[in-house]
Write a new protein. Structure first.
Length: 158
């Protein structure tokens, strides 16, 4: 069974638009029923150094190679990784509460090319009643992000 998840990215004709930059030219090979790989990425984390959801973590299964790039709203690269276990662990003083965009290019262990793009939100606290917009690492149940699970964060916004 194959699970791929990605936030929807809208492309823009303006090549300088960061959404265009992150989504254009991504390749996804056809997937057959024998493939069993996935990439899940939370769309929110709280880099507030409280020990919970401080890093952006990817959940991977049967992925051989990975290249992840994160851009800020001005299309500047703020993070790149080519290691399957590397996480974005930003210095909380350098990350602002803005929308960041990710681009992932990966290859499964069966040689399938996977391209994903989406948005990620570093938050100083977890907004109340945010389960329909934000998905945190602790809400991944092994199959999908379950909004009924607690984010694991005690730092709820006032």
């Amino acid at each position: 069974m194959v699970f791929l998840t990605s936030a929807l990215c809208s492309k823009d004709d303006n090549i300088n638009d960061v959404k265009s930059l992150t989504c254009d030219n991504l390749i996804n090979d056809p997937i057959d029923g024998n493939d069993s790989f996935y990439i899940f990425i939370p769309n929110a984390f709280t880099p507030n150094k409280d020990g919970v959801d401080d890093r952006l973590y990817l959940f991977l299964k049967n992925i051989a190679t990975l290249k992840m790039t994160i851009f800020d709203e001005n299309s500047n690269i703020v993070f790149q990784a080519e290691n399957l276990n590397q996480q974005w662990d930003p210095n909380s003083s350098s990350v602002t509460e803005q929308t960041y965009y990710y681009r992932i290019e990966a290859t499964s262990t069966t040689g399938k090319r996977i391209g994903m793009c989406g948005e990620v939100y570093p938050l100083s606290c977890v907004p109340k009643n945010s389960s329909d917009k934000y998905f945190f690492q602790n809400q991944f149940n092994g199959y999908f992000f379950d909004p009924s699970l607690s984010s694991g964060e005690d730092n709820i916004c006032p």
